[in-house]
Design a protein around this ligand. Structure first.
Ligand code: NZQ
Ligand code: ZN
Length: 392
């Protein structure tokens, strides 16, 4: 087991966390404020941040209307603002889309050339404008990791990219109170996305009896069990600060754990979902809620042992001697689907009016230049097509 680890992000968590913003911006003179479609103005977060920036006599430039599934066009717009105004710090205030857009702008503003080449991992980059984040939606862990996902609308591509450790925020402020206004559907998407990151890392190809894997698996199981209990309550009690705090705590870790460097999980569901949202621009968590159970139904046939563990340790089912591993694994998947129904997550692509018309396009976007995806279960083009057809 080998891994390299560096998480340089200074993370401020809790109801006092915004008070650290001033000291973090001590030497900043010209700042680009990046935000989305207006929720931060409606909820008063914008005014609070602006007051602090003004008290530090920082000159402010703004990039607003960053869309969900942030686009290369928006990245280029922000990059120009940075270059034209000699910006020395970027502050992202929003959910994963806003943070991911800021990550790309930060690198693009210091990169001579087309940032899309860097995003597609064709060219290296090693400099950035420093950036910090104020999180308003718990979902991606982008506030605490070095990943970013950017869409290019003309070619219908949605690419996840990562430069370690360059793309970590300098600091992130996670005040769970800022997430209490996230609407119900986006709250559901966030719950699903956090769980999906844990699930991707849990369904790995490593030996489940290895002593280190038995630690990482138990850790992931604990977070998944907690997420199900919290998620069921939160969807009916959106402003509950204790629930929001617990979910923000897990959300900040899910795609940022040490475990994931050990397990090197499957990640096929994310590849498939990114292709769906590249073609149809649907919310990431909604796509995952649809894809994951259908991927599970495919994968359980190939790797039942891992689904036995999931059924028993995550879904809490009692093993039955008369059932095969496959049959017991399927019971776990049914229980997981029931959980998704309880939180009112979408379960079929028809929820977003998606039919089979762009099927080949979605399959091809899933793979890019790869021949196969998935670690626990290797999928080829036909396998992904079968999974997507079962999602319709
Ligand atoms: O645009 P505004 O007005 O801010 O509204 C947003 C948006 O409509 C709203 N929202 C956010 N905070 C709110 C709020 N509304 C009311 N009150 C608040 N406090 O929520 C909507 C969704 O926001 P968005 O940022 O798009 O959601 P999320 O955090 O789920 O981010 C999704 C993006 O992240 C990518 C996804 O693919 C997608 O592009 N991912 C990023 C990852 C990463 N960087 O590590 C990993 C993930 O697997 C994922 O792929
Ligand atoms: Zn995700």
């Amino acid at each position: 087991m080998n891994f390299k680890l560096s998480n340089p992000t200074r993370l401020y968590f809790g109801d006092q966390s915004l008070s650290y913003l001033s000291s973090e911006l001590n030497n900043v003179k010209r700042l680009l404020l990046v935000y989305g479609g207006g929720s931060i103005k409606k909820e008063g977060i914008y005014d609070k941040v602006i007051d602090i920036l003004k008290s530090e006599t920082i000159e402010i430039f703004e990039l607003s209307n960053v869309p969900a599934n942030p686009t290369l066009d928006k990245v280029n717009e922000g990059t120009q603002l940075c270059i034209n105004n000699n910006v020395d710090f970027i502050l992202a205030v929003g959910g994963g889309s806003v943070i991911d857009c800021a990550k790309a702008i930060a690198v693009a503003a210091k990169y001579e050339g087309d940032i899309w080449d860097v995003i597609k991992h064709k060219k290296p980059a090693n400099d950035k404008i420093p950036f910090g984040t104020i999180l308003t939606n718990s979902a991606t862990s982008s506030e605490n990791n070095y990943y970013s996902v950017i869409s290019k609308t003309d070619t219908l591509e949605k690419i996840g990219w990562a430069i370690w450790p360059l793309n970590f925020p300098v600091f992130s402020i996670v005040n769970p109170a800022f997430t209490t206004s996230v609407p119900k559907m986006h709250t559901i998407y966030g719950i699903v996305d956090i769980m999906s990151h844990l699930i991707e890392d849990y369904f790995h190809a490593k030996d489940i009896n290895h002593p280190i894997i038995s630690i990482t698996d138990r850790h992931i199981e604990t977070m998944l069990i907690s997420m199900m209990a919290l998620g069921k309550k939160l969807v009916n009690d959106l402003e509950n600060i204790e629930l929001r705090t617990s979910i923000a705590y897990i959300g900040t870790q899910a795609l940022s754990t040490q475990d994931r460097h050990i397990t090197e999980g499957d990640w096929a569901c994310h590849a498939i979902e990114h292709a769906i949202s590249a073609v149809y621009d649907i919310p990431h968590g909604g796509g995952l809620a649809i894809v994951i159970p259908h991927w599970m139904k495919f994968a359980v046939k190939k790797a039942p042992h891992k689904f036995v563990q999931f059924a028993a340790n995550v879904m809490g089912l009692k093993q039955q001697p008369d059932l095969s591993d496959y049959e017991f694994g399927c019971l776990g998947i049914t229980a997981f689907e029931a959980f998704l129904k309880t939180i009112e997550a979408p379960l079929k692509l028809s929820y977003y009016q998606i039919d089979d018309r762009e099927m080949d396009q979605m399959v091809s976007k899933t793979f890019g230049s790869l021949q196969t995806i998935g670690k626990l279960v290797s999928l080829n083009h036909q396998d992904v097509k079968d999974i997507l057809l079962s999602c319709l």
